[in-house]
Design a protein around this ligand. Structure first.
Ligand SMILES: [Zn+2]
Length: 215
């Protein structure tokens, strides 16, 4: 999930040809339309992943090439395995099953692979906010620590989905009220009304996000 420097051109078609595509795919294609490039093609991707070119269909290898720092500006946003702009670990595999992308941090590989459960990652949302200067009208004295950003309402949005970006709060697992699931994902689900639709799952997995939503 990164931006190219030559965007902001005229309206462009979004190549969605099948009605059966999943939401993650729509998000990915809309990401391209507004200027994002593939996460796994980012200039410093070699610190995070290895491309197994020998397993990639030869005609598709072009989609695994790395952009230079002159072509793509990441706006200092961190690499994110779970970005909707990241290919899955067997994408364009020549035999349909061999791995084409390998995480250098093995415990991160499962976040890449969740293709059909993906929502926008925190960094997907952050970079679009930065790219389109959504906080341009806000007081420049507003600072969001620990990777947070200022949103269009001049409020901090933090990697855990809350609006208070103190490290202590992010790591707070005291008592009953914590998210067993990843906090950003919990915040996205809570915003989408999943607490009302599936309260049992949300109370098991995202108790803190549900509580934040109520207050
Ligand atoms: Zn793409």
């Amino acid at each position: 999930m990164f931006i190219r420097n030559d965007i902001f051109s005229a309206a462009q078609p979004i190549p969605i040809t099948s009605l059966t595509l999943r939401k993650e795919r729509y998000l990915h294609e809309i990401g391209h339309a507004i200027g994002l490039v593939h996460e796994h093609q980012h200039p410093n991707r070699d610190q995070y992943i290895e491309i197994l070119y020998q397993n990639v269909q030869p005609s598709m290898r072009i989609w695994f090439n790395k952009y230079s720092a002159q072509e793509v500006d990441q706006l200092k946003v961190d690499y994110e395995y779970s970005s909707v702009m990241h290919y899955g670990i067997t994408a364009f595999s020549s035999d349909g099953k061999s791995q084409t992308i390998k995480a250098l941090h093995p415990d991160k590989e499962s976040s890449i692979g969740r293709v059909y459960r993906k929502e926008l990652s925190f960094t997907d949302v952050k970079i679009v906010n930065l790219m389109y200067q959504c906080a341009k009208q806000c007081d420049s004295s507003i600072v969001c620590n620990n990777g947070g950003y200022v949103d269009q309402n001049c409020k901090c949005i933090c990697p855990d989905g809350s609006d208070s970006c103190s490290k202590a709060k992010q790591d707070d697992k005291d008592g009953e009220c914590f998210n067993a699931h990843e906090s950003w994902q919990c915040a996205v689900w809570a915003n989408q009304g999943k607490f009302q639709r599936n309260p049992r799952f949300m109370l098991e997995s995202c108790k803190k996000a549900c509580r934040q939503r109520e207050t």
